[in-house]
Design a protein around this ligand. Structure first.
Ligand SMILES: [Zn+2]
Length: 154
């Protein structure tokens, strides 16, 4: 799922969870649940066999996604609902992708390491839809984002 959606969901979690460590943990957990939902992301445009590897287009799209996500993060700093829990939720929401990104960019890092199981799990649960289902997948992302924005603004 897009980083933007993970940040928005993390903000909504942080709004309702007053303890920032719990908000952080729940947001990390939400990341895996959201990734498992059928959704459209840049991988939708690729055949199954090419998913999991990054090319220049993926890097550009991921950079834009991450930049917009950080923009949202910074934009919410001045919002009346912004708290340490909201910040922790947003950070927790993107943490799994940020920690995995380096292994996509530098495949030689895929040698045994302490977090290899987490990386395999993260990659294995991806619910990225095929190109023919891009509309349904996009609606899932859009719906989750809109619902989370509404919850955050309540
Ligand atoms: Zn992810």
């Amino acid at each position: 799922m897009l980083t933007i959606v993970h940040v928005i969901v993390g903000a909504a979690i942080g709004k309702f969870v007053l303890s920032w460590p719990i908000a952080l943990a729940l947001a990390v957990g939400s990341h895996f649940v959201l990734d498992a939902l059928p959704h459209a992301d840049p991988g939708t445009l690729k055949p199954q066999s090419e998913r999991g590897s990054m090319n220049l287009t993926d890097l550009v799209l991921a950079s834009i996604d991450l930049a917009v996500a950080f923009g949202i993060l910074l934009l919410l700093v001045g919002h009346p609902n912004y708290t340490a829990s909201v910040f922790a939720g947003m950070v927790g929401g993107i943490l799994p992708d940020v920690t995995s990104g380096g292994f996509h960019l530098f495949p030689t890092l895929k040698t045994p390491r302490p977090t290899a199981w987490l990386f395999r799990f993260h990659r294995g649960i991806q619910g990225t839809v095929d190109k023919k289902d891009w509309l349904q997948g996009s609606l899932v992302e859009f719906g989750v984002a809109v619902l989370s924005i509404i919850l955050f603004l309540l």
